[in-house]
Design a protein. Structure first.
Length: 294
């Protein structure tokens, strides 16, 4: 069997998953098929020997094709979902059915259609197909922090818990109030600013740095902390050196001795409450984040 036929066979092993990704992105079986076909055409023009992870490469191509379609659709203000045409790809493969199990049905597709293209891509790839935020960040040309926020916002809109439009001014007020309450050690005020399901996530660099500086007042961090009491306790009496900043365009904070960001706090705010804080100090991650100190 020649090399092209071998490549075609390998492509076929990925077709069902690619079609499922494209269908969730676009909500139309015909367009999903077109996106998958475009992925094959691009693969056939590529030196496949240089592709280390074919499945990941194909998923990236399909995602970018779908993103272009969504953006074009949005710019034309077209109705992207014809309820009469909603149909799932026919397939009896158990893995394929498992991938679709949590995302089947016109109702979800209609909700997804209300998302911005980048939000939809982040939610579909991460929440429905377990693609990492780092991989999605490369597709969108954004930082992992920004992608996590996109997915979080989309998730809450899908669940009916996200306002239609974010209020940047209000979000800045919430972050400013959080920093002030942290510095003052005002537990009551901190708790009032936090969502009942608030979560704080810290990367390994932030955890290590905090552990080394506990004698200087740094908090004891864990990779994940949940609940208003635990989060308020972690930040009470701290954040004295933190400065208000825009983190990839959204209200946040940074430690920036000498003006150089050493760590960033990325906030997700819904309805005036902080639902998530991501603390990052990984130098490689920071290099991909747009930090503007205010």
């Amino acid at each position: 069997m020649d090399e092209k036929n071998l490549l075609a066979e390998e492509f076929e092993t990925h077709r069902d998953r690619l079609r499922a990704v494209a269908y969730r992105m676009l909500g139309a079986a015909g367009e999903a098929d077109d996106a998958v076909q475009e992925a094959w055409l691009r693969l056939s023009r590529t030196d496949a020997g240089e592709v280390e992870n074919l499945g990941g490469w194909l998923t990236t191509v399909v995602a970018r094709v779908c993103l272009d379609i969504l953006r074009s659709r949005k710019s034309r203000r077209e109705d992207s979902l014809d309820a009469r045409a909603v149909e799932l790809p026919a397939d009896n493969d158990a893995e394929h059915e498992a991938l679709l199990a949590d995302s089947v049905g016109p109702a979800l597709l209609i909700v997804l259609d209300a998302l911005a293209p980048a939000e939809r891509l982040a939610f579909v790839l991460h929440d429905l197909f377990a693609v990492s935020f780092d991989e999605i960040a490369r597709i969108l040309g954004r930082s992992s922090v920004a992608v996590r926020q996109l997915a979080s916002r989309a998730r809450r809109r899908v669940q009916g818990r996200e306002p239609a439009e974010a209020d940047p001014a209000r979000e800045r007020e919430v972050v400013e109030a959080f920093l002030a309450a942290s510095r003052e050690g005002n537990m009551e005020r901190l708790v009032a600013l936090l969502d009942p399901n608030v979560v704080v996530r810290a990367d390994a660099f932030a955890i290590l740095a905090a552990a080394k500086n506990q004698a200087k007042g740094a908090p004891a961090l864990a990779s994940e902390m949940r609940g208003p009491a635990a989060v308020a306790q972690t930040f009470a009496g701290r954040a004295r050196a933190a400065r208000l900043a825009l983190i990839d365009g959204s209200a946040g904070a940074t430690f920036a001795p000498g003006g150089r960001p050493w760590a960033v706090f990325a906030f997700t705010i819904v309805g005036g409450k902080i639902v998530e804080i991501e603390l990052l100090a990984d130098p490689e991650a920071l290099a991909r984040i747009d930090v503007k100190i205010l």
